[in-house]
Design a protein around this ligand. Sequence first.
Ligand code: SF4
Ligand code: SF4
Length: 445
Amino acid sequence: MSIRILTFKGGTHPPHSKKATESLAIERANEPKVVVIPMQQHIGAPCEPIVQVGDEVKVGQKIGEAKGFVSSPVHSGVSGKVTAIEPRLYSGGTAVTCIVIESDMKNTVSDDITPKGSLSDLSAEDIKNIIKEAGIVGMGGAAFPTHVKLTPPPDKKVDTVILNGAECEPYLTSDHRLMLEHPEEVVFGLQALMKVLGVKKGYIGIETNKPDAIEKIFEMAKGIEGIEVVALKTKYPQGAEKQLIHACTNREVPSGGLPADAGVVVNNVGTAAAVAKAIMTGMPLIERIVTVTGQGVNNPGNLMVKIGTSFREVIEQCGGLKGKTGKVIAGGPMMGITQFSLDVPVIKGTSGILVLTEEEARLPEPTNCIRCGKCVEACPINLMPVNLSAYSLANKHEQAEALNAMDCIECGACSFVCPAKRPLVESIRVSKREILARRKKAQSK
Ligand code: SF4
Ligand code: SF4
């Protein structure tokens, strides 16, 4: 095993803003009295509730069944009584069916929760099934069902698994703390993922601004054949799939292609740890580490939070809001989603709750493009953000499509570097939505 320092072309260097929480150990959040668990926490078809109002449930019990292959079940993180099944606002910005459970504060664990045995005794299929039944999805924010990622099309020859420990989003430190405090789960999870895919090569990519995590994971993986720790240059968006694949393997994912086209499956370190827990303890995905941070919160921290706990409760545990709140974001400042209410639940993809003050959140007025080309230099995908944005704003989405707008990973690097503060990623997002809608319409004809 060796450590190499690698990176990709393009990108930018937003301030890390990680100091407030990077040295704070993970604390267990207070037990929630009520949890609101959305049936749609993942990419794909929403779940269907399999409990009814009035039912008693236990910790780890399945309460929502996956509907279709690209879907993922959900489980209760508390024991108690189902008090409502109804649409509620969630952090994705819409109302979705949620199961509301009042906790009895006893945390009685379901009888079904038992360790699944050693990795050597489990077959690849067994492990994939455990992952599917445990409701494990991408924990880096995308929330794509993991068992689907582990089922590449038969014509794609996957030979490598990469774990993403870059955590390149400013402010967030939940992956950093996980790697420091539970490196055994990360490495075990990687071995499990490699076994499912039958591959011999696994990488764990970590940015150089986390030298202690690099050291910890290096020590933990020492002597395990096929696993390599890769130190990644600290640059945004180092953790994006295509950039990570290029940095670790020097392979390119073709335009419009998937990591499997480059023979790779990428998972977040948090996902690997969830896989490890599901195998070692039998407990499905019922909680996650959330970084609560920003100038607008009194006592930032990294908390282990039960899925379904409200943002409001989590923020209150961190000393509450400080000063005039300007913006609350689920996730980081570059790719996170702005919230309009604190009464939304933490879900499987909630890597952080970022509270910005009014002053920090104030956006400068955009001015005219000065044709400096900085956005083009920063784009990690080699796109022309300035032109894509101009086409989008002029409603010329076909032209944006011809310039590969759909390849945009919405990292926001272009908007960040633009001296004229043009709404680049925002307008490109509009084009992508339009292009997708047109493609769907054409397919249904
Ligand atoms: S065009 Fe898309 S991929 Fe390129 S920098 Fe902007 S947001 Fe990122
Ligand atoms: S960075 Fe901004 S000002 Fe410069 S070319 Fe791009 S859009 Fe124009």
